[in-house]
Design a protein around this ligand. Structure first.
Ligand SMILES: Nc1ncnc2c1ncn2[C@@H]1O[C@H](COP(=O)(O)OP(=O)(O)OP(=O)(O)O)[C@@H](O)[C@H]1O
Ligand SMILES: [Mg+2]
Length: 473
């Protein structure tokens, strides 16, 4: 509003001063041209009378003309001395006004100017003081037969002219006042309209700061404000989703941790309250407890892995032999396959090298192959393959196990998601393995896909770029 007002004020001041300037000039020109013309005409009448020293005639002419014109008429000789005066008070004195000297000494035939009447100034005595504070002076050369005789000077008050000017100025001031008030009112209205979207956005942000993540800003106002509100809403939605998934994660994690704890507590209490428990049952209980502790350790280490990945834990990239890594990892799972009478086959192209973190890649392969074995029936067959396609290494893990339905396929990479909870519990799964796999693949700028038919089996495919120029180690 202030800026608005300053701009209007400055432009108005410039305009007003230009306008009064124009008016002033116009009024002066009008009045003075008229008076100069009359004076020059009068000078041609007075000149022969003055030359022939017809004093009475000169006096009569100037007195009469002064009465008609409404001012004072004075005749000065070539020396500037006053010879005739319509007021008859300054006879014999010298009239030292610029206009007079201009005409007598210079080449101009007429000259004019404006003087301010101030006490002590020479012009102060020229016109009665109640005539106002401005006077105009016109001088016209008196030309005789032998050249210049002196000058006819006409002094007249121009206060009326100055009054009109100050009236114009006053009017301009009033107009400025009205315009300023109108501009302020307009600025108020506009700034209110302009800032309304910001206000609603800031209210939404304030509420969000207070913990209410469901706050959305109304999309309104100009294009920029609409975009701002849209971006804010998008961000709010992401935050809300993040908050929800974090809550879900915490509640899932606590639940997962609570289950083995409860089991252990029951086992322990049984042993405590039954001191005469047969030793073989006691042993069995202890083994169960040991199993639960393993399970807890497994969950905690998986959770730690995931949290580290969330915080973009450091990647230690190295040039590594993926073929060798795959052979070793699959080999370590051979006993598990054998114990379940499953065949674990491998078809690995030799010498496939990638730039990757050698601690993470084996975990990707291990989790996928372990799942393939875990979720296949006894006697099942798991085929692991490695090939190169375009600029990617392609890891394939195929099984003929239980398979995953279309609905579940969309969720298996989520944390704690298990298709068949009862079965997973039996196999000791917590639903974290695939989310770790997918995080690791993402960290390597790779891609993971899943094809599966329930009852027939699943194929997990992982694409890892052979060279990872974009990754910092
Ligand atoms: N090859 C597969 N065949 C059928 N179902 C599978 C297969 N792999 C994963 N699943 C399903 O996806 C779910 C999630 O797998 P994920 O590896 O994340 O967890 P998990 O194996 O249950 O536990 P863990 O954290 O110990 O790996 C599994 O519980 C299982 O239901
Ligand atoms: Mg798993």
């Amino acid at each position: 509003m202030l800026v608005f007002l300053v701009i209007i004020g400055v432009s108005f001041a410039v305009m007003a001063s230009r306008l009064t300037g124009f008016v002033e000039e116009y009024l002066y020109q009008q009045r003075i041209r008229q008076n100069s013309l009359s004076l020059e005409r009068l000078a041609t009448t007075v000149a022969p009378l003055f030359q022939s020293a017809a004093s009475d005639a000169v006096n009569e002419t100037i007195s009469q003309s002064a009465g008609e014109m409404g001012g004072r008429l004075i005749v000065v000789d070539q020396d500037g001395k006053i010879q005739f005066d319509s007021f008859s008070t300054l006879l014999g004195t010298r009239l030292q006004l610029r206009e007079v000297t201009d005409v007598i000494a210079g080449s101009e035939n007429s000259s004019w100017g404006v003087h301010t009447l101030q006490a002590g100034e020479e012009v102060a005595d020229l016109i009665p003081s109640d005539s106002g504070s401005y006077i105009s002076c016109c001088a016209a050369r008196l030309i005789g037969t032998r050249g210049s005789l002196g000058a006819l000077v006409y002094l007249f008050p121009i206060s009326d002219l100055m009054d009109s000017l100050s009236a114009v100025e006053r009017q301009l001031l009033v107009i400025f006042g009205i315009v300023a008030v109108a501009a302020m009112a307009a600025a108020l209205v506009f700034s209110h309209i302009l800032t309304r979207p910001i206000q609603s956005l800031s209210t939404a942000i304030q509420k969000m700061g207070g913990g209410d993540l469901s706050q959305r800003a109304p999309v309104q106002g100009s294009y920029e404000f609409r975009r701002l509100a849209e971006n804010y809403n998008r961000m709010a939605e992401q935050l809300e989703n993040l908050d929800q998934s974090r809550n879900q994660f915490v509640s899932n994690a606590s639940h997962e941790l609570k289950t083995p704890m409860t089991t252990m507590k029951i086992l322990l209490e049984n042993m405590l309250y039954d001191p005469n428990m047969p030793s073989d049952i006691r042993m069995e209980f202890l083994q169960d407890m040991n199993h639960e502790i393993d399970r807890l350790t497994h969950i905690v280490s998986d959770l730690l892995t995931l949290t580290k990945t969330d915080h973009k834990m450091e990647m230690h990239l190295e040039d590594m032999d993926l073929s060798e890594c795959m052979q070793e990892t699959v080999h370590s799972l051979q006993p598990m396959a054998e114990s379940r009478n499953q065949t674990l086959q491998m078809k690995v192209s030799p010498g496939v090298r990638i730039t990757a973190d050698p601690n993470k890649v084996p975990q990707i392969i291990y989790n996928l192959v372990e799942n393939a074995l875990k979720y296949s029936n006894d006697g099942g067959r798991v085929q692991v393959g490695l090939s190169v396609r375009d600029k990617n290494a392609v890891i394939t893990v195929r099984d003929n196990g239980v398979g995953i339905s279309k609905d579940d396929q969309a969720h298996v990479f989520e944390r704690f998601y298990r298709v068949d909870k009862a079965r997973s519990r039996e196999t000791g799964g917590t639903g974290l393995g695939l989310s770790i796999v997918s995080q690791f693949v993402k960290l390597h700028h790779g891609e993971i896909t899943l094809e599966s038919t329930p009852g027939k089996g699943s194929i997990f495919r992982v694409l890892l770029p052979l060279k990872q120029e974009g990754l910092a180690s």
